[in-house]
Design a protein around this ligand. Structure first.
Ligand SMILES: [Zn+2]
Length: 206
């Protein structure tokens, strides 16, 4: 296996815990307490595998398309919570990458609020149910899907109208953007986001 294929495969495997966590929170299989604990442990523990992968992958594949880097690859400086790192992209992919990262930076307030607000509401309800207390879990789940769906699309569609910037601040854990390449992640955000908007709105209105 080439180094690129190995990086792509490792990135895909390291991405898998993210949908598993979302299923544990959104579907919350019984017992709810176990789903909550496993989901939180995976969510908090993921970075210990994904951050070393990020550092290995940055010079080995394009941060946008997840493909091979040409000799004239462009360096993309990124300011993360762990310090400055340098991504690389194919020359034509520097522009969409810098536009998307600029959108994350510029919209970081609404993006954080739109993700962490509904997340904490849902986790709070799951915690109450796990303790045998009544809580509006299905309403909180519908709100979570609706608001998170709108929020991820705010950046995944909205970045098309944002001017590129460099260097950029990455206001979310940067390793998550390196696993599949940003372009694939943006498509997941668009498609799953639209599905969640419809599912969340239907549950709230029904
Ligand atoms: Zn590329």
């Amino acid at each position: 296996m080439t180094e690129l294929r190995s990086l792509q495969l490792q990135g895909a495997l390291l991405f898998l815990p993210i949908p598993v966590v979302l299923v544990l929170f959104v579907v919350h299989p019984e017992p709810v307490g176990a789903s909550l604990v496993v989901g939180v442990v995976l969510m908090l523990g993921h970075r210990f595998l994904a951050r070393p992968y990020m550092h290995r992958s940055l010079s080995g594949k394009c941060l946008w398309c997840n493909g091979a880097l040409p000799d004239d690859a462009v360096a993309i400086p990124l300011d993360t919570a762990g310090g400055r790192i340098e991504g690389r992209s194919c020359p034509p992919h520097a522009l969409p990458l810098q536009k998307y990262l600029a959108a994350l930076e510029r919209l970081r307030g609404p993006l954080r609020g739109g993700i962490f607000g509904p997340l904490f509401l849902l986790l709070g309800c799951l915690l109450l149910v796990a303790w045998g207390q009544p809580a509006p879990v299905e309403t909180a789940t519908a709100i979570f899907r609706l608001i998170v769906g709108v929020t991820v699309n705010l950046a995944a569609i909205g970045y098309l109208w944002v001017a590129p910037a460099s260097p950029t601040l990455v206001p979310f854990p940067a390793h998550n953007f390196t696993l599949l390449g940003v372009r694939n992640l943006v498509w997941i955000f668009r498609l799953v986001g639209i599905w969640w908007i419809l599912a969340g709105a239907r549950a709230l209105l029904g």
